[in-house]
Design a protein around this ligand. Structure first.
Ligand code: BTN
Length: 248
């Protein structure tokens, strides 16, 4: 991963740039890094504020074996890889808020947006784009008033931040190890994910179209779904994207 690396000053979104380049002869592992994004995208149609030189905005093109179901695992594994890279460079290990927000001091350090493209005829997986945004040196004003209370940068947390190139290199190495293992070492990465996951053992709020519901997060199952127990004792397996979950 990252042997072919495209570095841009500014782009709309590094995920978009990977998709524009993802024609069939492009091998997997292509990585795009940008200094700023003018249209950085987050999950659920949100935007991802991406000020110049303050964060690492990186996307990689992967062509994993497997089906649609394996894609959420790839995203979960990527969150573990982000924790590895941060720990290696900064000496602190963040945690993961299910399904894939990377959390430091109770606030969001990194978000991951995974998008996929299917073959028109067979609906087989053509490729996956994993887009990762890590906050390096933002201050509150860079996040804006809405995001600042829930976001954190490495500079805010530790008083210093690695350079973007250093973080990109550590992260690409971590993603490379992950991809070499995928999907064979599923159990190993599942255990690593479980040990980083902060959500299990807490009360969460399930946000559905029909309204909010309280539940207790009991476990992460073998497909990386969150197992929750409702107050009436019934259990539900929640797949990422199905409902949104509040609370760490
Ligand atoms: C989220 O937390 O909602 C996901 C945020 C993902 C942000 C990254 S930054 C690099 C890549 N390009 C994008 O437009 N989004 C992802």
């Amino acid at each position: 991963v990252g042997r072919e690396l495209v570095c841009l000053d500014t782009v709309d979104s590094t995920n978009n740039e990977v998709k524009r380049r993802a024609v069939d002869q492009i091998p997997d592992g292509l990585a795009v890094v940008a200094g700023a994004q003018t249209g950085g995208r987050g999950r659920r149609g949100r935007s991802f504020v991406s000020p110049e030189g303050k964060g690492l905005y990186l996307s990689v093109l992967l062509r994993p074996e497997g089906t649609l179901e394996t894609v959420s695992a790839l995203t979960a594994w990527s969150a573990v890889a982000v924790c590895d890279a941060v720990e290696q460079l900064c000496g602190v290990r963040p945690g993961i808020k299910w399904p894939n927000d990377v959390i430091l001091d109770g606030r969001k350090l990194c978000g991951i947006l995974t998008e996929l493209e299917l073959e028109a005829e067979t609906a087989a997986l053509r490729y996956v784009v994993v887009g990762i945004g890590i906050n390096l040196s933002q201050e509150a004003a860079d996040f804006g008033p809405e995001v600042a209370p829930v976001a954190i940068s490495l500079a805010q947390a530790l008083g210093r931040a690695p350079r973007r190139a250093e973080m990109a290199s550590a992260l690409l190495d971590a993603l490379d190890r992950l991809y070499a293992d995928f999907p064979g070492a599923w159990q190993h990465w599942l255990e690593r994910y479980r040990s980083d996951c902060l959500t299990v053992g807490r009360q969460v709020r399930l946000l559905r179209a029909s309204g909010e519901e309280e539940a207790f997060a009991e476990a992460v199952d073998d497909d990386f779904a969150l197992v929750v127990r409702r107050p009436d004792g019934t259990r539900e397996h929640i797949c990422s994207g199905e409902v949104s979950v509040r609370g760490l």
